[in-house]
Design a protein around this ligand. Structure first.
Ligand code: FFO
Ligand code: ATP
Length: 202
């Protein structure tokens, strides 16, 4: 029997589908999200980044590839592996993208693997996020597995209309360090998130 939280996550995923059925100005929202992402200091500083190739209702993050390459950065995309695992492979141009198991363009086998910890920053896909940095994904657990133990910086793009105060979480869920919306960047305080007291500044 599915746990209550699994059922709650499924209901949230259905509400996101409904949200997109009501028709929103995705072009404007995407533009603002991508602009804010490109101007993050952590993006400017990162030499290697793992992005994702946005499809469906996701922000059009494929549009980030060329601008980041033009800045001399190494940009990688996920490639699905058996067992709901994934690896990062370096983006070498559109001609080296091939549809993966979900129809999402993935780097082909000629593209070198980028070791997980060689990425300074990972842009994590999501259907929605909460203010603590927790995200609801497609339900495969790919990113929860990949991010477990990742030491670099993690960012999620979340439309303002989809940002929640608190979504249900499970022990394997890994929150991101920064949630970027069209209008702001939320950097949840780790101490606050864990319920511990933050030390007072001296
Ligand atoms: N753009 C993008 N790339 C990504 C992810 C992602 O969320 N977005 N992933 C993040 O994990 C991995 C792929 N995982 C995915 C898991 C499920 C579905 C999907 O479309 N699911 C269907 C239902 C599938 C089913 O029948 O169970 C759906 O939502 O309609 C897509 C990607 C790696 N690449
Ligand atoms: N680190 C992990 N090790 C083993 N199983 C995991 C891990 N993380 C997640 N899972 C499993 O993956 C399944 C999907 O988890 P969940 O619904 O949280 O995925 P998601 O975060 O929405 O997806 P994604 O990470 O692909 O965006 C669950 O059954 C969960 O138990």
């Amino acid at each position: 029997m599915p746990s209550t939280i699994t059922a709650e996550k499924a209901a949230l995923r259905a509400s996101v589908k409904e949200f997109y059925n009501t028709g929103i100005d995705r072009r404007k929202s995407d533009h603002l999200l991508l602009e804010r992402f490109l101007s993050l200091p952590q993006v400017e500083a990162a030499l290697s980044l793992l992005l994702f190739y946005g499809t469906g209702t996701e922000p059009d993050t494929g549009a980030l590839l060329e601008p980041l390459l033009a800045l001399g950065k190494t940009v990688a995309l996920p490639r699905c592996l058996p067992g709901r695992r994934m690896e990062a492979r370096v983006y070498r141009g559109k001609e080296h993208l091939t549809p993966g198991p979900f129809g999402i363009p993935e780097p082909d086998m000629t593209c070198p693997i980028l070791a997980r910890d060689a990425a300074a920053l990972i842009l994590v896909p999501n259907l929605l996020c909460d203010r603590r940095g927790y995200r609801l994904g497609q339900g495969g657990g790919y990113y929860d597995r990949y991010l477990a133990g990742f030491q670099g910086f993690t960012v999620a793009l979340c439309r303002d209309a989809l940002l929640r105060d608190e979504i249900p979480t499970q022990p394997h869920d890994v929150p991101v360090q920064l949630v970027v919306t069209e209008t702001r960047s939320l950097s949840p305080d780790r101490a606050e998130r864990s319920g511990a007291f933050a030390p007072l500044p001296m």
